[in-house]
Design a protein around this ligand. Structure first.
Ligand code: PLP
Length: 413
């Protein structure tokens, strides 16, 4: 018999008295502590463990940065700022939070197309590294430098001449709004060195949510090779090389956790192979999702249960407006379920008490689905639905204003 694909084991949170626990509190207690449902809860200990494990496996020379857009909750950023080597921001709003943590500006980099005059002025005044995404941006930065007498820290974000294979979201290769095409970089470098700019290095990021170690290894190998080629156009050695993030986590049935060891081994080999070129360079890996996603739950409360033509619908007070990704509307081609459970009653009380249900939100749109036809313990109003893998690209990537429902609370426990 063919077995249907299953979700990877969601064993990161303990289950005590049949309730999920985060930071020593049951979900029922957490709902009381939050004061309302729905809420997001992030586990600080799991985040720290993730950083520790990465550090143990990655070569010590690799600097670890947190890409804030995965989860910009200030408390989460503060927690990670204390354990990583720097922060990566993609807006002025994120930059403010990053600077509030006390992270030194030379350890903060600012990427993203379409940086405004205000964005650039703030970044230059603060002294963070600006990852330049175009020639136009170089011109705007130069004008601000001339007006203010400051010497901005800049890097070039390179749109590589290769693609990250099997990535969930491609960010480089082919025509892209991100970065400067690799073939245009030598000409841009001439301009950079003709001006009063403090050139740091290259930022080469090819894609997000990759679960294939071989594909990541290939992309990182290509990244070092490309950086080496581009470095030949520099007057001296490369100071800084940001090789991007993109490590994936399992969301859907059949997906498994990434094995880090081959990736770490390959990085060690690359650092050795290119030691003459990059031996004195700061090599940075900037991770968003991989640091926080598995440490977060989204929790909502059952409001109603109803049957329609033979199917059971569990209607909750949370959904797409808080968690677009779990509803299947953030980059998915075919909708698949995130792992979910009844957080206040993880296992059924008896074997008959399981049923196939669809969990939906309160919005008047058929897109507002949290889980479609899943087998779960029998649920009644007041029960708590927990969505795993919700610590990254959750609230921050959701259309909070849609249907004017209340916002969820966020907790870091
Ligand atoms: C989004 C982003 C990241 C983080 O990607 P993850 O897949 O969350 O690790 C890193 N760098 C840049 C420039 C980004 O835009």
């Amino acid at each position: 018999m063919m077995s249907t694909p299953q979700h990877a084991d969601m064993d990161q949170f303990p289950v005590v008295n049949n309730q999920l626990q985060v930071g020593g509190l049951s979900l029922t207690e957490l709902a009381a502590r939050a004061g309302s449902t729905p809420f997001y809860v992030y586990d600080r200990q799991l985040i720290s463990e993730r950083v520790r494990n990465l550090r143990q496996q990655l070569p010590p020379a690799i600097h670890l940065h947190y890409a804030m857009k995965a989860n910009p909750m200030p408390a989460v950023v503060q927690h990670l700022a204390a354990q990583t080597d720097g922060l990566d921001v993609a807006s002025l709003g994120e930059l403010r939070v990053a600077l509030d943590t006390g992270t030194a500006p030379q350890n903060i980099s600012f990427a993203g197309p379409g940086k405004s005059q205000q964005d650039l002025t703030a970044a230059i005044t603060a002294g963070v590294i600006i990852n330049m995404e175009s020639m136009g941006e170089l011109e705007r930065i130069t004008r601000i430098a001339n007006q203010t007498g400051r010497r901005p820290r800049v890097a070039i974000r390179v749109n590589p001449d290769f693609e990250l294979k099997t990535s969930g979201m491609k960010m480089g290769g082919g025509p892209k709004p991100f970065g400067v095409d690799a073939e245009q970089v030598p000409a841009m470098l001439e301009q950079v060195f003709a001006r009063e700019l403090d050139f740091q290095g290259f930022h080469i990021f090819s894609g997000s949510q990759n679960l294939k170690a071989e594909a990541i290894i290939e992309a990182q190998t290509n990244t070092f090779e490309l950086a080496q080629r581009l470095s030949q156009h520099l007057p001296g050695p490369l100071g800084w090389l940001n090789i991007g993030g993109g490590l994936g986590i399992p969301y859907f049935p059949g997906e498994e956790r990434l094995s880090l060891q081959p990736i770490a081994d390959n990085l060690q080999n690359l650092l050795h192979q290119y030691r003459d070129s990059f031996g004195g360079s700061e090599v940075v890996m900037e991770l968003g999702r991989y640091l926080v996603a598995e440490a977060g739950l989204y929790v909502c409360e059952v409001i109603d249960r109803k049957e329609s033509r033979g199917e059971v619908f569990i209607v909750t007070n949370g959904g797409l407006h808080h968690h677009l990704a779990a509803s299947g509307n953030f980059g998915q081609v075919i909708r698949k379920n995130y792992p979910v459970c009844v957080g206040n009653r993880v296992s059924p009380l008896s074997s008959e008490a399981q049923e196939v249900v669809s969990i939906v939100g309160p919005l008047c749109t058929p897109l507002d689905i949290l889980a479609s036809k899943v087998m779960l313990p029998n649920m009644q109003p007041g029960d708590l639905v927990a969505v795993y893998q919700s610590g990254a690209y959750g609230l921050t990537a959701s259309p909070l204003g849609f249907l004017s429902q209340p916002a969820p609370v966020e907790l870091l426990c």
